[in-house]
Write a protein that binds this ligand. Structure first.
Ligand SMILES: [Ca+2]
Ligand SMILES: [Ca+2]
Length: 279
């Protein structure tokens, strides 16, 4: 068990990719302790306070330290300075790297589970999963509700939406965003039924009255473009609602990735001019 005594549910350390240089700060700990694999990892491969070996120093590691607080024993994971007791000196070492990440750290996947109730769609639950793969949704549903769909988010990846069938099982398989470009995913949202991608659609990027860019979304509403940060309009025609209509939506482009949630409302797209008498 490479989890350093913290429990079987914790992650193991990935193999040292190159074993080139650096120093394993926790050389005497865990399954890799004292082995050739542990002795010379590259810089950024390991963090002293990462007791759980999941690549980030956070509340899980703090919990591992608190568990042995003021305990005197040899080889305690939380005894970061190796003086035989877990105390403030060790806490200070953990705190100084709070939320630090290793080079191989991957943030967890966050799943937002939406349910369909009597009055429309609502956020039922938020759960995380450490890696991609199959997951069965088991969140408790209130009476007269059913699962509707799941948004899957992960830092550095395009957000995806999964519609739930009777099995309530989805296969989460995310794609990384394109480095150095501005990436986004466009969802059409509706208060009562579901959410859709704006799939395979040409979108004009408008600054003031000028078209400054154009892109086409892929089958999952995704795109990657070169754009300066700023406020723009996205203009596109959508027919996902079955009625179709032009949309001109204000967007703010900042940073590398953003989900855009655009309201689609079939009622608004219906003709609202009536001629009398009707034929
Ligand atoms: Ca950790
Ligand atoms: Ca200590």
């Amino acid at each position: 068990n490479p989890g350093c005594g913290l429990g079987d549910e914790l992650l193991s350390v990935p193999d040292d990719p190159n074993n080139e240089w650096g120093e394993n700060l926790r050389i005497n700990m865990g399954a890799y302790g004292g082995t050739a694999e542990a002795s010379m990892p590259p810089y950024g491969w390991a963090l002293l306070g990462d007791l759980s070996n999941d690549g980030i120093i956070d509340y899980v590691d703090l919990g591992g330290q608190v568990k042995d607080w003021l305990t005197t024993a040899s080889q305690q994971p939380g005894d970061l300075n190796r003086d035989g007791i877990v105390n403030m000196a060790d806490f200070a070492l953990l705190a100084q790297d709070w939320l630090a990440k290793t080079s191989w750290y991957k943030p967890p996947i966050v799943l937002e589970i939406y349910a369909l109730g009597c009055w429309g769609v609502y956020l039922l639950d938020t759960i995380t999963m450490p890696e991609e793969g199959e997951i069965t949704i088991t969140s408790e549903l209130p009476p007269q509700s059913s699962y509707a769909f799941v948004y899957a988010f992960r830092e550095g990846y395009y957000t995806e939406i999964y519609n739930l069938d009777e099995s309530n099982t989805i296969n989460v398989d995310l794609d990384p965003i394109v480095p150095t470009k501005f990436n986004g995913t466009i969802f059409l949202t509706d208060p009562f039924f579901t959410a859709l991608y704006l799939a395979d659609t040409d979108v004009n990027v408008i600054d003031g009255d000028t078209v400054v860019g154009q892109f086409r979304t892929d089958e999952q509403g995704r795109f990657a473009i070169e754009m300066e940060p700023g406020n723009y309009y996205f203009e596109f025609y959508e027919c996902a609602s079955g009625f179709g209509g032009y949309h001109r939506e204000e967007v703010e482009i900042q940073g590398q990735y953003k989900d855009f949630f655009f309201h689609y409302d079939s009622m608004v797209d219906k003709p609202n001019i009536y001629l009398y008498p009707e034929e």
